[in-house]
Design a protein around this ligand. Structure first.
Ligand code: CO
Length: 330
């Protein structure tokens, strides 16, 4: 099993975080009992468990669950997209080097995605290429930079760079819409806004016509099964057929672009997975768990392994084969 969507958060000190952002720089506090807390400045952000920063603890989890390989990437709070790019560039380099240090505990079983200062296309392209040269297998980006979605000319330029240089891209939802007032409780930003953010990222590329201009060599994957995309695709196609303003930049039906991107399998329900595989095809879905967070799949690969609608060949593709192709793993 290759699990292509998992997170790390390195042992970043308060001082290191302050160099990025004195008020809200993200760092890791570990208490005497070995429990972790991601901090933003002096504010507690989220309790976390050792596999997030300790590769040995992760490898124990992987052994227990029969996972052969995990692709690890930053926790999105580490992105720094709202800060000045010149300050974020050395931070991204440092985080990417720490990710490789983490993977050095078992280089055949742990692979890293890089983060980039996406607010500056030139720096983002440079760091993506540097990271690939030193051992990363791709990049992870957030689905937007402030008010700019993936159809933004600068972000399309970054994706074009990735497509032309064989740099696989994982798009992760983050900085969720509507989080300020109406979704204060019950982790609603994660339950309602996150699937909408991911769908917004996909539709930004489809409806803007960006997929018409981006090279077919671009390998891009959206987290959490593409969020709300699969379930709402019929609505989007219907809208495209009946409203010219939806067709104006997108020459083909939205559903015809599902061969241009991938999704992970983190949907937690067999009926949802079946819909996803029906919409995307089993060659476009990859095992992704969101390990080691509580909203991730606790028995990694359990949903795909037990899904009764999959045949053995399809199951193998989702559990490992598709990720092997996507990340050029041998
Ligand atoms: Co995630």
């Amino acid at each position: 099993m290759i699990d292509m969507h998992t997170h790390i958060f390195p042992r970043i000190s308060r001082e290191e975080a302050a160099a990025l952002d004195p008020q809200a720089g993200p760092w890791l506090r570990i208490d005497e009992a070995g429990q972790g807390m991601i901090m933003r400045g002096e504010q507690a952000f989220r309790p976390v468990i050792p596999p997030l920063w300790d590769a040995a603890a992760r490898l124990e989890d992987m052994d227990r669950q029969g996972v052969d390989m995990q692709v690890v990437c930053a926790t999105p709070i580490m992105f720094g997209y709202a800060l000045e790019a010149g300050r974020v560039m050395p931070w991204a380099e440092r985080m990417n080097d720490l990710a490789l240090d983490y993977c050095a505990a078992a280089p055949e079983r742990l692979k890293a995605l890089a983060q980039v200062p996406l607010q500056n296309t030139e720096l983002a392209c440079r760091e993506a290429s540097r990271a690939m040269a030193v051992g990363h297998v791709g990049v992870q980006i957030g689905n937007h930079v402030g008010d700019r979605d993936l159809d933004d000319a600068q972000l399309v330029e970054f994706l074009d760079h990735c497509g032309r240089n064989d740099i696989p891209v994982l798009v992760h939802p983050w900085d969720m819409m509507g989080g300020s007032q109406r979704m204060k409780k019950w982790m609603l930003p994660w339950l309602v806004a996150m699937p909408a953010e991911t769908s917004l990222g996909i539709l930004s590329l489809i409806l803007s016509g960006a997929f018409e201009r981006l090279p077919r060599s671009l390998k891009i994957c959206f987290a959490h099964g593409g969020g709300a995309f699969a379930f709402t695709l019929g609505r989007v196609d219907n809208a495209w057929r009946h409203r010219d303003i939806i067709r104006q930049d997108c020459p083909n039906p939205p559903s015809s672009y599902t061969d241009r991107f991938y999704v992970d399998s983190a949907v937690f329900d067999e009926k949802a997975l079946k819909l996803l595989v029906d919409v995307m095809g089993c060659e476009r879905v990859m095992l992704g768990s969101d390990h080691p967070f509580p909203l991730g799949e606790q028995q990694i690969g359990g949903l795909v392994s037990k899904a009764t609608f999959l045949d053995d060949a399809g199951r193998r593709r989702i559990l490992a084969g598709n990720a092997r192709h996507f990340f050029n793993l041998t």
